[in-house]
Design a protein around this ligand. Structure first.
Ligand code: GAP
Length: 662
């Protein structure tokens, strides 16, 4: 089955994005480049607002999180330590017919009848088949060769080497085991060579849905062999097989796919002018690793104590095998990641006497010193859901997917994916992982620099513990460290030695912090916000003519334009002057848009489509034309979502708007 056609809603969103300047295809004038997207004027504002909201929530409004802005290209050792060089790959396969590339695990499973072919005979370029006689140059008809082969099934065309076919045919022919050719030896030799020259021994298979005529399979197979240089190919060794839910065939044409091979997703580049293998570097595939690499510097300079977090947002690059679903899976995208460092549970227990038990579902409240990794993880899942609610993606539009133990990376203790119902399916928006002390341990191991911290509270508490408690906590810490080391390939003796050193360190107040990682994709969030905000209204006028308009119901906090300011009429200088005055007063505080062109209804509609939550109209009442109404210096304020209008004093406008858009 073909990849589902982008559905109607997706088509509407993508065309709106282009029409209104939210998102354009990168390099469009040159035909575009797959997996890369540019944000136009409205999109750039929207993205900036989303990033500002994340940054404010995650750093500025918290005492326990600080920011980082690291480079995109970093020392390649970082990606060795993190495991990206060895394991950051997707299984990839190619269509044998078209060369189109697929992610092997994402191929739509299909059922039907597979037609297998051992090879084909045909006229190689330079030795065309004569149309009149259907014979090769030299007088050997392909049908004659196939006929001979069918009588000589002991000659397996499958597995013959190019030189071997001549030898094998000759041997069998000489031994008398083959059906006679009724030709001279010399003639037989020429014949065998002709077979070799015009034979493709490449096997090929096609899957047809049940009920499709075999001719369609043959047509595709002939196309395949023709592409390999055989003209008018004659198919050899056809056999059929019934298959169920196979991922080995191109869903678009049924052609066989190559076996999956791992494909590393990191973009490579060279640093410096020599461009040798020693100069290879990578564009970062995630922002997280810079946080780990700079952990010590940030810890030492920020006066933070564990538990605390480091937040970073910025570009990430992945050479995705099949970028798709608009910006959902891109090759260049942005991430917003927090690494929140916590004490290991053994340290928490030593300090607080016990680790607090995981709470019932929901937000566990303000952080407490007796929280272990489970409560911290739950806390961050809930904080992130709250963030989405604050920008208009309510809790009931999100799903929590708790990864099963067998799905978790070996170092992870838990991972929750927050899923959003995109128009093309319910998919991951953000992952919140409890990653143990794996990341910092890896950087300690690969860099040789200590990543541990000294915790005065732990040292003091440890001194007061009973010897049995020492033994119990040390043993647990030792076991965890040993497990990590053995998983990362350290030999038993060395692992035991190092785990013992680490357990001894705990007693002196030292440990490698564990981490909780909420990791969100900015571009994926923008797409979720667009889908979430998209709505249409259909109105019918007095003449019965109906019109459907788009309203983007963005939360005011992230809307690209916060307020539209209009004079009721463009040809009344007093209205225009007053409207411009209001506009000037607002624009320094928020993104405002001045518009005087067209009927007022059209101007409202334009702003609705851009997602502008409020519009302000300056009319004759603003100028105080009817003193008895007492409306001088007031404006009409229109609400986007329900078209409601109210009157507001100009002096109240700025605080009124600020209270809603910030
Ligand atoms: N540091 C952990 C990490 O990078 P991830 O699940 O690979 O985890 C985190 O990525 C988030 O980044 C995803 O939930 C998604 O929102 C976003 N993301 C990942 N790959 C992406 C891609 N190719 N295009 C757009 N966003 C992507």
């Amino acid at each position: 089955m073909a990849e589902p056609k982008e559905n109607v809603l997706m088509e509407k969103i993508t065309s709106l994005c282009k029409r209104r300047g939210f998102i354009f295809q990168s390099s469009e004038i040159y035909g575009g480049i797959q997996g890369f997207w540019d944000y136009g004027p409205l999109g750039a504002e929207l993205k900036r607002n989303v990033k500002d909201a994340w940054w404010t929530t995650m750093t500025r409004l918290r005492d326990d999180v600080v920011g980082l802005e690291a480079t995109i290209i970093m020392a390649p050792q970082i990606w060795r330590a993190s495991g990206h060089v060895d394991t950051f790959s997707d299984p990839m396969c190619d269509c044998l017919l078209t060369g189109k590339r697929f992610r092997a695990d994402q191929v739509e499973p299909q059922s039907g009848i597979v037609y297998h072919y051992l090879g084909a005979l045909g006229s190689a370029s330079g030795a065309p088949v004569s149309p009149a006689t259907n014979t090769f140059e030299g007088g050997f008809a392909p049908t004659m060769i196939e006929g001979w082969h069918s009588k000589n099934s002991q000659i397996s065309l499958d597995g013959l080497t190019s030189a071997g076919i001549v030898q094998e045919i000759m041997l069998i022919w000489r031994s008398g085991a083959a059906a006679p050719l009724d030709q001279s030896v010399e003639h037989a030799m020429q014949w065998a060579e002709a077979v070799w020259q015009h034979l493709s021994r490449v096997q090929f298979s096609i899957l047809l849905p049940a009920g499709k005529p075999p001719e369609s399979a043959r047509k595709i197979a002939k196309e395949f062999y023709a592409k390999r240089g055989l003209m008018s190919p004659l198919l050899l060794g056809e056999r059929t097989e019934k298959v169920e839910n196979s991922q080995r065939f191109n869903p678009e044409n049924g052609a066989q796919l190559t076996p999956p091979v791992p494909f590393n997703l990191m973009f490579k580049t060279y640093v410096g002018p020599t461009a040798t293998e020693a100069d290879v570097a990578y564009l970062r595939p995630e922002t997280a690793q810079a946080i780990f690499a700079q952990f010590k510097n940030v810890h030492e300079t920020s006066r933070q104590k564990v538990p605390f977090g480091i937040a970073q947002m910025g570009k990430a690059f992945r050479n995705e095998v099949t970028p798709r679903n608009f910006t959902f899976r891109s090759r260049e995208f942005e991430q917003m990641e927090l690494e929140f460092f916590i004490k290991p549970d053994e340290a928490v227990e030593a300090i607080s006497g016990a680790v607090a038990a995981p709470a019932a579902k929901g937000h566990p409240g303000e952080p407490q010193s007796n929280w272990g990794w489970q409560l911290w993880h739950q806390y961050w899942v809930e904080e992130r859901i709250k963030f989405y609610g604050d920008i208009g993606i309510s809790r009931d539009t999100l799903e929590e997917y708790w990864q099963k133990p067998e799905e978790l990376a070996h170092y992870a203790r838990a991972c929750v994916d927050l899923l959003f119902k995109f128009p093309f399916g319910t998919q991951e928006l953000e992952g919140i992982a409890a990653r143990s002390d794996f990341d910092l341990s890896q950087h300690e191991k690969h860099s040789g620099k200590t990543m541990g911290v000294f915790d005065e509270d732990l040292r003091t508490a440890w001194g007061k513990l009973a010897p049995e408690k020492h033994a119990e906590l040390s043993k647990r810490y030792y076991d965890n460290r040993l497990k990590y080391m053995l998983k990362t390939g350290v030999n038993q003796a060395q692992a035991e030695r190092e785990a013992k050193e680490d357990a001894d360190g705990l007693a002196k107040g030292q440990y490698i912090p564990h981490v909780i990682e909420p990791s969100a994709g900015t571009d994926r969030l923008i797409l979720a916000l667009l889908a979430n905000a998209f709505s249409e209204v259909t109105t019918t006028d007095d003449k019965g003519k109906s019109e459907t308009r788009v309203i983007l119901k963005f939360h005011p906090r992230i809307a690209p334009v916060k307020v539209g300011v209009f004079p009721l009429l463009k040809n009344k200088p007093e209205l225009v002057a007053k409207a411009k005055e209001v506009y000037q007063a607002l624009r320094g505080q928020m993104n405002a848009y001045y518009d005087e062109a067209g009927a007022i209804g059209r101007r409202y509609a334009r702003q609705d489509e851009a997602g502008t939550p409020f519009c302000v109209t300056i009319d004759f009442d603003t100028l105080g034309e009817k003193p008895e109404l007492n409306l001088k210096d007031t404006v009409t304020l229109r609400h986007r979502d329900d078209g409601r209008q109210e009157r507001l004093a100009i002096s109240e406008l700025l605080p009124w708007l600020l209270a809603r858009v910030r």
